[in-house]
Design a binder for this molecule. Sequence first.
Ligand code: FAD
Ligand code: DLZ
Ligand code: SF4
Length: 509
Amino acid sequence: MTKKTLIPILGDQLSRDISSLSDQEPDNCVLLMMEVDAETTYVKHHKAKIAYILSAMRHHAAALQERGWTVDYVKLDAPDNAGSFSGEIARALERHDIGAIRITEAGEWRVMAMIENWQDQYDLPVTICPDQRFVATHQDFDNWAEGKKQLRMEFFYREMRRKTGLLLDEDGKPEGGKWNYDAENRKPAKTDLTMPQPIRFQPDAVTQEVLDLVAKRFSDHPGSLDHFHFAVTHEEALRQRRQFLDHALAQFGDYQDAMLTGEPFLWHSILSPYLNSGLLDPLDLCQEVADLYAADKVPLNAAEGFIRQIIGWREYVRGIYWREGPDYAYRNFLKAKRPLPDFYYTGDTDMLCLSEAIGQTLDLAYAHHIQRLMITGNFALIAGIDPHAVHLWYLEVYTDAYEWVELPNTLGMSQFGDGGIIASKPYASSGNYINKMSDHCGDCRYDVKQRTGKDACPFNALYWDFLARNEDALKDNNRLAMPYRTWNKMEPDLQNDLRDSAAAFLERL
Ligand code: FAD
Ligand code: DLZ
Ligand code: SF4
């Protein structure tokens, strides 16, 4: 009998056409799916994130079996579960007569290092297939980046538009004459607008079993399972995609940066968990968005704004992750050292913007981009929290968080830990920005207009203190010339008051 090929399918490789399966005959392969402790606990993932991944894995295994594949599925509570991918590969080699291993490259340095050992460890040929679910290959990104002084997303994004042909006219020019309609993505929202809601999927028996397992086994992990609402199959993810395209996309452009108390989703797609784990295909989604624009169903600022997030930002951060290497996780350009405040795990703070963003994160394992960047991220940045600790928090608490996408967004874009590879200036702001883009401040116990004193919005003093504290590192950044001019023109008494207010606040943290 000919030996079979063992094809491990990891928890974020749930795409039907994953590259490890292409050109393979079901009769010659054993697919291996593994729920293992090493993955569920390498950080303390939010309970709902674990439940989503395990349930989506179990449903995907059933779908693969229906399509004729043999799937060897190891549950987390299986007796003798070895607890790691490598340990489970070893056990699978005892159960099956295997001649070779084939796997799609993993999305993290940590797991790639494991896979690269397998050939020696098991004395079998191991084929690592490129992950074809992205527009840019690693080589494409490196070719683009090579020799450039600055790796700005905008220019990479234009390459991706050219490569995919998305939103280009017949002459290869951008639709509407401009590449980027970012300036038309910044309307604050009002509470009286009717908001579309994402579909709340009811747990089936498979999901319920996983929810019970997670509740029991991960009771010390952050977050709640009470509001679990995720799609866990390809069909359900497609229903949420339809819901977004039909009811939210048209206004996504206008309100992309808006925040409202009690409205966690606004006009966002809530599709990132499905895009990142493989239930949805990013390019196919972008093509439908471009088609809706071509059919006059959605405005250009919405279509372009959405497509930019996916073939621009999403592809760009992946390129940076693999180009910069595993040490990127430890960069700390501003030498920030403060530990993460406890309220990131409880939401228990009287700063309303933070309690809203963190509260919904703990309930739903979801927050939208501006909450992540300008509320929780901004606060950590201006309070001088250690960027590695901030990175671990984001990796834990969001269902869409895998290191390739989370780390560059957090450590690079949000915390300026890489010294400006991703962001041309730190995303630091006072309460003014939050007041402009949300309705939080009106109901907050702090006064966003006051800069010092016990009732002043803490973001205000922290913002100026951040600039003053990091003047040596940041003063030559052209994009900060204006705030530094303002700071240097301030009366010394006011400067001292701001710095004292910030110090007193940080002391209380
Ligand atoms: P929408 O607003 O509807 O956007 C559509 C899609 O665009 C998203 O589903 C996502 O796939 C993509 N997208 C948008 N912005 C980005 C971005 N900056 N980078 C990569 N993809 C993007 N996104 C993740 O997928 N995983 C993460 O772990 C993650 N961590 C983040 C950490 C920080 C500090 C910040 C500032 C952003 C992070 N993002 C992350 C990006 C972004 O916040 C989420 O993709 C988005 O909020 C997901 O919600 P949505 O599907 O409703 O997105
Ligand atoms: C995130 C995660 C979790 C919580 N659990 C598992 C698991 O039990 N089995 C699995 O195959 N994958 C899991 N994952 C996703 C993996 O961590 C992810 O596939 C790797 O990090 C590679 O990106
Ligand atoms: Fe946040 Fe300050 Fe506004 Fe309160 S006043 S919601 S702390 S920005």
